[in-house]
Design a protein around this ligand. Sequence first.
Ligand SMILES: [Zn+2]
Length: 246
Amino acid sequence: MLQKEEILAPVAAGPLAVQAAVGARMLSLGGHDDFNQGQISCRRPGSVEFFIKGALTGFDEATPEDFVVGGVDPGSPSDRLAPPEIPLHQAVYEARPDVSCVVHSHSPAALVFGALQADLVPLSHEGALLRNEVHRFTLTSNTILDISVGRAIAGTLGGGLGVFLVNHGSVVVGKSVRHAVIFALMLERACRLQLDALASGRSFATSSELDVAAKREFIFADLSIRAYWEHARRRVLRTFPESRNW
Ligand SMILES: [Zn+2]
């Protein structure tokens, strides 16, 4: 069997691939690892192509060179290291011109919460953002291997921020790498916190409608997302010193 080092496809690791690799490491630190599974992809501006983390590489070890090129058109040839779930990414980019980054992972809290008959509520700040934004996809819980399933997931996504892939994982999208990664981290945290509250067996308080509206305006403003990203990036630099050389 070929080793990863022997078959890596050469990719021009520009600033976008660097940002995506930093995002992958953030996802790792946020509990999104599941061996080499899960992907982050980002659309190349003004292009019908996107970068996507190669199939063999985990979030925790991804470098800019591990990103390969995929085409939005499902009929376009894929890199030999493109992950099997590339149809998911193609379908989302096809359906959502406003989306520049797609995160798919099997993070535990979102996976467990997705399997419950419960809606995300504004228990925490994150819940205020994500309430009514993440619907459940139940057609199949298998790996997404063909474009028809990808398109069905894009249909469930609609104009929202994410999808629970029931008994599989989750998908989160954003208008930038920053947004998608931070929202994916927030989804995992929102699910974890609500699971903890549900496990207590007690009733719990949620934010008022007024507060939810105010939070969406301030806590999730672009400037705030940038600040969260910069904080998470510093954590990546501390945890993975090799990323300073990217
Ligand atoms: Zn998956």
